[in-house]
Design a protein around this ligand. Structure first.
Ligand code: ATP
Length: 307
């Protein structure tokens, strides 16, 4: 399987609910930065992780891919349900790029094929939503609106393709810590007489219109993320990262999800390469890479090619 990272073109976050989750409206966008997941028949569950960030990923039953395999085996009543999972990580870990969710989505599709379990796309989406808020989007990819906790996904009308530079940080951020910091900052702002957040987060009509135009010059100024102030307060260097991209002509600059990855919208592919080189050499990030989107979600590879 090949499965992409996501960035968020909009992330609107409401106040925390009684169940601990935050209501969201988000615009997901899958980009060409991929993990690879291979599944094989086995006598007992086993999982290996390779790639740059492998040491940061648990290789046991707490791995989201492992949990995905078990969930599918249960739902499809597969007798042994044992499988050997190999994850080749290219998506940085705890980066706001939903790499773990991507691996879980890939494993669901892969095991559905391997065991010929025959679960439908809606059935897989339901299992995905139980595994994590970002997992259903990773099944479909493209550009899509997420609601609820992000797990209710509908495709967005978006034209054209977009070229990005992604600036990766030296270490990850915990999504839970970013949400908690965001809540604290909002409470403090409220007490200081600032505007309280809207109860129901709303989809940006300006962003959706811009996406329909296919014009990156219109999309760039509409990128927004309610978690960005919290990510910046936890990781002040990200201000300099965002500023460096803007100085090099990015059409838009935003922290992706809970961060710390920053996404920069470029004019075209060549500009995305230039931006990535400039960001890497500026020292404001660990490294930067170019990527394009939208790309499809989890796909089966045969002979290394999407089938
Ligand atoms: P989110 O915003 O969905 O929390 P993220 O992109 O910020 O995700 P991930 O890369 O998904 O972060 O990793 C979050 C945590 O999940 C990691 O710290 C890791 O311990 C755990 N994890 C479990 N399974 C995986 C996996 N297959 N790949 C990466 N991380 C995993």
């Amino acid at each position: 399987m090949r499965v992409p990272a996501k960035i968020n073109l909009q992330l609107a976050v409401g106040p925390v609910r009684a169940d601990g989750y935050h209501p969201l409206v988000t615009v997901f966008h899958a980009v060409s930065l991929f993990d690879e997941v291979t599944v094989r028949h086995a006598d007992a569950m086993a999982l290996t992780v390779t790639g740059e960030d492998a040491a940061a990923v648990p290789a046991d039953r707490s791995n989201l891919a492992w949990r995905a395999a078990r969930a599918l085996a249960k739902a499809a009543a597969v007798r042994t349900g044992a499988v050997r999972i190999e994850i080749r990580k290219r998506i940085p870990v705890a980066a706001g790029l939903a790499g773990g969710s991507a691996d879980a989505a890939a494993t669901l599709v892969a095991c559905n094929e391997l065991w010929q379990a025959g679960l439908s796309a809606p059935e897989l989406a339901e299992l995905a939503a139980d595994l994590g808020s970002d997992v259903p989007f990773a099944l479909v990819g493209g550009t899509a609106v997420g609601r609820g906790r992000g797990e209710q996904v509908t495709p967005a009308l978006a034209a054209g393709s977009y070229h990005w530079a992604l600036a990766f940080a030296r270490s990850g951020l915990s999504a839970a810590q970013v949400y908690a910091t965001s809540d604290r900052l909002r409470t403090a702002r409220g007490k200081a007489g600032g505007q309280p957040p809207p109860v129901e987060p709303t989809l940006s009509a300006e962003l959706m219109t811009a996406l329909r135009s296919g014009d990156p010059g219109r999309v760039g100024p509409q990128l927004t993320n309610d978690l960005q102030p919290a990510a910046l307060s936890l990781r002040p260097v990200l201000r300099r990262t965002l500023a460096a991209g803007q100085e090099h002509g990015a059409l838009g600059a935003v922290v992706s999800g809970s961060g710390p990855t920053c996404a920069f919208l470029a004019r075209d592919a060549a500009h995305a390469s230039d931006l990535a080189v400039a960001l890497t050499s500026s020292g404001v990030c660990r490294t930067a890479a170019r990527a394009s989107g939208p790309v499809p979600g989890a796909v089966v590879l045969r002979d290394g090619k999407p089938s």
